[in-house]
Design a protein around this ligand. Structure first.
Ligand code: PMP
Length: 363
């Protein structure tokens, strides 16, 4: 859709990336690291001072204790952390529970590892998890359950009660949880991010994955990390060692220093909540119906009152004829279920959001 947006010079609210600048200070710190010769391979698990800052940040935000030496691995984006975790844990004959609609990297990694994805639909209208149904899908072959909160593409978030339900399942069965928490700081309406790191019983059985790209508006830097108990971390590092070995050294130095201040990431919720509200205000006179987004930088809009076209057809028509690009939600479903909804990314300059609203009100 991004390519199509470019070809048709459409406003691109499809792919999830900001159109505004990253912090000048972060660029300055990267430049200092590069100019002072920090340009050779970093240690395999990540720069020790960066892992220490991450551990401090997690202690501060989630009140948990993480050992930087044995529990944190810095990776080439969350994508690598997810892939290395799945490859390390899933083998031929294993089943992996994935909630649909799902971020697109999970199922292919499971299949490449010889595993079978078991897709469970989130329940509408608010895309919540039916834990009873999940319980019915778990069996002796279930190796992994993948959760994502705040959730791409729907903007739904897991609650503390959801984690209670997950804890009950973990006590009864032997699966591991892979928790994609890349939007940890993008959570709105006074809600708290329910990281698995907050719960000792869940933390002991899970890998949590994060992304600096999302937190620092720098998706092109592709740097993230995985946090897991030592025995799981050892397995992840066995894959990471031969997948990338180590990631960008100067950026790790810069991030280690930048993380000493909480100002940036503590301001993110409000920053993106204002963007979400601006988008909602500017489409309020349109015929699109928003689905509540409590996190991420995505807003789902239902077009049930507008058209009977498939979501793919409408997304293409909006891009070509109306010059606004979005993502059809059916592509996030294994069975291409069409809910007649499109996903719009509001991580954009206010001016772009206002222009997008004007177009959507004319449709
Ligand atoms: N998980 C989710 C839910 C995402 O939305 C993304 C990015 N679109 C990623 C993982 C990948 O993050 P990164 O860019 O750090 O690899």
């Amino acid at each position: 859709m991004s390519q199509m947006a470019q070809e048709h010079q459409a406003i691109n609210l499809s792919q999830g990336f900001p159109d505004f600048h990253i912090s000048d200070e972060l660029i300055r710190l990267t430049e200092i690291a590069m100019k002072s010769g920090r340009n050779q391979y970093a240690p395999m698990a990540g720069l020790p001072q960066l892992r220490e800052r991450i551990a401090e940040k997690k202690a501060d935000t989630f009140n948990c204790s993480v050992d930087p030496e044995t529990e944190i691995t810095v990776t080439a984006g969350a994508t690598e952390a997810l892939f290395a975790s799945i490859t390390a844990l899933v083998h031929s004959g294993d089943e992996v529970i994935i909630f649909d609609p799902a971020y697109d990297s999970y199922a292919p990694a499971v299949q490449l590892s010889g595993g079978t994805p078991v897709h469970v639909d989130l329940c509408q209208p608010d895309f919540h998890v039916d834990w009873e149904l999940v319980g019915q899908k778990i069996n002796s072959k279930t190796r992994l359950l993948i959760i994502n909160t705040p959730h791409n593409p729907t903007g739904s978030v897991l609650s503390s009660q959801d984690l209670d339900e997950l804890e009950k399942l973990v006590k009864k069965h032997s699966f591991t949880i892979l928790s994609d928490e890349v939007y940890e700081h993008l959570i709105f309406d006074g809600l708290n991010h329910q990281s698995l790191l907050r719960r000792p019983a869940l933390r002991a059985r899970s890998i949590s994955v994060f992304s600096f790209g999302k937190t620092f508006h720098a998706t092109g830097w592709k740097i993230g990390y995985a946090i897991a108990p030592p025995e799981l971390t050892e397995e992840i590092r066995r894959v990471h060692q031969f997948l990338t070995f180590s990631v960008n050294t100067p950026i790790q130095y810069a991030l280690a220093e930048f993380l000493e201040s909480k100002d940036h990431y503590e301001s993110l919720s409000l920053f993106f909540q204002q963007k979400r509200n601006l988008f909602l205000d500017h489409i309020s006179d349109s015929r699109f119906v928003p689905i509540a987004s409590h996190g991420t930088y995505f807003q789902l809009l239902s077009y049930k009152n507008i058209s009977e076209e498939s979501d793919v057809e409408l997304a293409v028509r909006l891009t070509c004829d109306h010059k606004i690009a979005s993502i059809p939600i059916s592509v996030f479903y294994k069975d291409r279920k069409d809910n007649h909804m499109l996903r719009f990314c509001f991580a954009k300059e206010d001016e772009t959001i206002i222009k997008a609203g004007e177009i959507l009100c004319r449709i």
